[in-house]
Design a protein around this ligand. Sequence first.
Ligand SMILES: C[S@@+](CC[C@H](N)C(=O)[O-])C[C@H]1O[C@@H](n2cnc3c(N)ncnc32)[C@H](O)[C@@H]1O
Length: 218
Amino acid sequence: MVSSLKPRSSLDADSVRDAYRRWARMYDKVFGGVSAFGRRRAVAAVNALPGTRVLEVGVGTGLALPSYRSDKRITGIDLSEDMLALARERVKREGLRNVDELMVMDAEHTTFADNSFDIAVGMFVASVVPHPDLLLAELKRVVKPGGHILFVNHFLARGGLRLKVEKVMARASRALGWHPDFAIESLLPPEDMARATIVPVPPAGLFTLVTLPPEKTK
Ligand SMILES: C[S@@+](CC[C@H](N)C(=O)[O-])C[C@H]1O[C@@H](n2cnc3c(N)ncnc32)[C@H](O)[C@@H]1O
């Protein structure tokens, strides 16, 4: 069983920026491969949903950007200018005309008006942000009634060897730039856990795709 839902150490915004300044140039090579399947699943899910305006939070180097359907209009935000610079290069290189904006912005406190987007998606970012509860609240605010919120992420194992390994790895959270001991309950309160679709994705169910359907009538 999960002994504690709170990650042991937390990354503040400065340590996130520091970590991803160090990782930016290596990111695609080191993390791009292992996370590719989860990213593909998340974008396929976004592409299958109604609505065109998509907010991608923690867009990073923009690995997902080429996979969105051309009728989805993408706004990407990230805390790290170093990661975003690589995303901008990708957009230019690949001629991605459906990427409207790539901006330095904190996903926990955006400047978007209420109900600005049809869909919000965060890939491998929930275990990085300092306050996942604020992230979720912000995405609920900026997504329209009837819209969807998706996450793909690594979540702490429920038991076994993987749980032990992740607890040990968590000591290196600051250097890694994410929390290996991030439990799904740190992101989703019980009412959202109950209504979410939660699906393991390869490799070996290491990652999880979470889809939160519309919650409210505003
Ligand atoms: C593990 S990377 C994932 C990048 C990308 N989503 C992908 O699939 O490869 C996490 C990204 O989240 C960004 N990030 C962390 N905290 C953030 C925040 N509060 N607001 C916006 N971006 C944030 C980091 O700068 C980094 O680029």
